[in-house]
Design a protein around this ligand. Structure first.
Ligand SMILES: Cc1ncc(COP(=O)(O)O)c(C=O)c1O
Length: 492
């Protein structure tokens, strides 16, 4: 196995000029020790003699003598045209250093208040597209050849254009492309200066909370609600006020009863996370009016706003906002893929200078390459074509779930239909514990999550999330059969 194509860097290999031993002897001894101790394992490529000589201030002849000595000892081998390697035959005398035993975490008093907080629920990001996984786009349908072609084109651009720090608030071409995309596809008119680029929606939530909220501020949070956003708000130390969700979205009246003086509200109007229904038009206006009354911000998470399967979805809250209260957050994790780590916020006009100043003061930011490639993807019409194709693919996958559910899940779980998003939910009969149901499903290699996982305080809904976007219909159907088996095994 070749390790380090250019030859290992060996900083610990030093020669002492005032030693009686010759330089070649010193180098050979040290290299031998490194090989025998396992620090240069079998197969490691060593630097060429020319490089060894330059890096250690010895003559080329000395370097050649060192390698000849070690070859004669069987420690290293030279392969013509390939280089010099630690011999595969060498058995290190000492085993490679053991991984360090886990150290005891520092006492709580030594941590920041945020780090000491035990409440953060773990954010479990799925890595493989198992049946019912939520929030994951169809990897199998992504136009990877096109993406690779555009990436290669990007890396052939003039170096001065692509190798420096990108603007901390986002590449202007991407901010412009997003503003155009939102106007054409989400009915949201904004100027590029109102668009700020982040490393995903989660990063946007963190920065927004940092800029707009104080520790202790009361913040309405949908209950059940999104875990990533919850963690970002908790990291700022705000006081989360759980507000129940009904068939129309966040229950504004219940929120007013719980905390009329709220400072901000976090909502997912396009597809309530995790229950899946869109916020009704009336509820959108109620929420905007209530935020006006309380002089509060609204953080709108439009994570799957592009994906609707029936009539066009309602415009985002931000498009209805006449008093500059809504901070709209979008992501490319769903419409492209999560590994791009690219999201954005559209902020009210009155906040653009503040965001520009605060974000511009740090070197945070997203890879120039990703921003530039995505901007071109949008500008060349590839993004809207991809979304259109994915809408139809996800509709088929949703239909496969509904169809298989009606055949195999009757009496076990009531699969709700959805006209938007990447997942729906299945309601479990009373008495069937959603955590136990999710564990049974996991034993069948199914990635459902219990709704109770998303709850800030006890909720009425008892059920499981059922993602349909990530796997082809045939796998969804097989998954439904396994889910039926799993649910039958749960004691009631
Ligand atoms: C509710 C919600 N909003 C936003 C996101 C996107 O987050 P990010 O852009 O950081 O991947 C997710 C990801 O799963 C999510 O579940």
């Amino acid at each position: 196995m070749t390790k380090y194509a250019g030859g290992a860097l060996i900083p610990s290999l030093r020669v002492e000029r005032d030693q009686p031993a010759s330089l070649s002897m010193q180098l050979a001894t040290k290299l031998r020790d490194l090989i025998l101790s396992g620090q240069l394992p079998p197969g490691t490529r060593l630097p060429a003699t020319r490089i060894l000589a330059r890096e250690h201030g010895v003559s080329r002849t000395t370097a050649v003598t060192v390698y000849e000595q070690l070859v004669s000892e069987g420690m290293i081998v030279s392969r013509v045209g390939a280089g010099t390697f630690v011999s595969d035959e060498v058995k290190p005398l000492a085993p490679p250093p053991e991984p360090k035993a886990p150290t005891t975490p520092p006492p709580i008093a030594d941590l920041s208040r945020d780090a000491a907080d035990q409440f953060f629920p773990r954010l479990e990001h799925p890595r493989t597209p198992r049946p019912f996984v939520t929030g994951m786009p169809a990897f199998d349908a992504f136009p990877m050849a096109l993406w690779a072609h555009m990436s290669a084109r990007y890396w052939r651009s003039p170096r001065a254009e692509i190798m420096s720090y990108p603007e901390a608030t986002g590449l202007p071409v991407l901010r412009e492309a997003i503003a155009r995309h939102l106007g054409a596809n989400r009915g949201l008119l904004c100027r590029p200066e109102e668009v700020f680029i982040f490393a995903g929606a989660q990063d946007a939530f963190l920065q927004i909370a940092q800029i707009l909220l104080e520790p202790g501020d009361p913040v309405w949070m949908e209950n059940p609600g999104a875990i990533g956003a919850r963690n970002a708000l908790l990291a700022r130390g705000v006081r989360l006020v759980p507000v129940p969700v009904d068939a129309h979205g966040i229950d504004v009246a219940a929120g007013r009863d719980a905390e009329p003086a709220f400072r901000a509200a976090f909502v997912t109007p396009a597809h309530q996370h995790p229950l899946g229904m869109p916020m009704s038009r009336d509820r959108r206006f109620d929420l905007l009016a209530e935020a006006d009354r309380a002089d509060a911000w609204i953080i709108e998470d439009d994570y799957v706003g592009e994906f609707h399967y029936g009539r066009a979805s309602l415009p985002p809250l931000k498009a209805l906002d006449t008093s500059g209260r809504v901070i709209y957050v979008g992501t490319f994790s769903k419409a492209l893929f999560p590994a791009v780590r690219l999201g954005y916020a559209v902020v009210p006009e009155a906040l653009t200078d503040t965001f520009e100043r605060i974000l511009g003061a740090s070197a945070h930011g997203v890879s120039h390459a990703i921003q530039s490639i995505v901007a071109q993807f949008i500008d060349e019409g590839k993004f809207s074509a991809h979304i259109r194709r994915m809408r139809s693919l996800y509709r088929d996958r949703r239909d496969a779930l509904m169809e298989a559910g009606s055949r195999h899940l009757q009496g076990l779980v009531e699969v709700q239909n959805t006209e938007t998003g990447f997942h729906t939910i299945g309601l479990l009969p009373p008495g069937l514990d959603d955590r136990q149901a999710a564990e049974a499903a996991s034993r069948e290699n199914l990635a459902t999550a219990p709704l109770s996982r998303f709850a800030l305080s006890p909720i009425a809904a008892n059920g499981l999330t059922l993602g349909f976007s990530a796997t082809p219909p045939v796998e969804i159907t097989r998954g439904v059969e396994r889910l039926a088996r799993a649910l039958r095994s749960v004691p009631r």
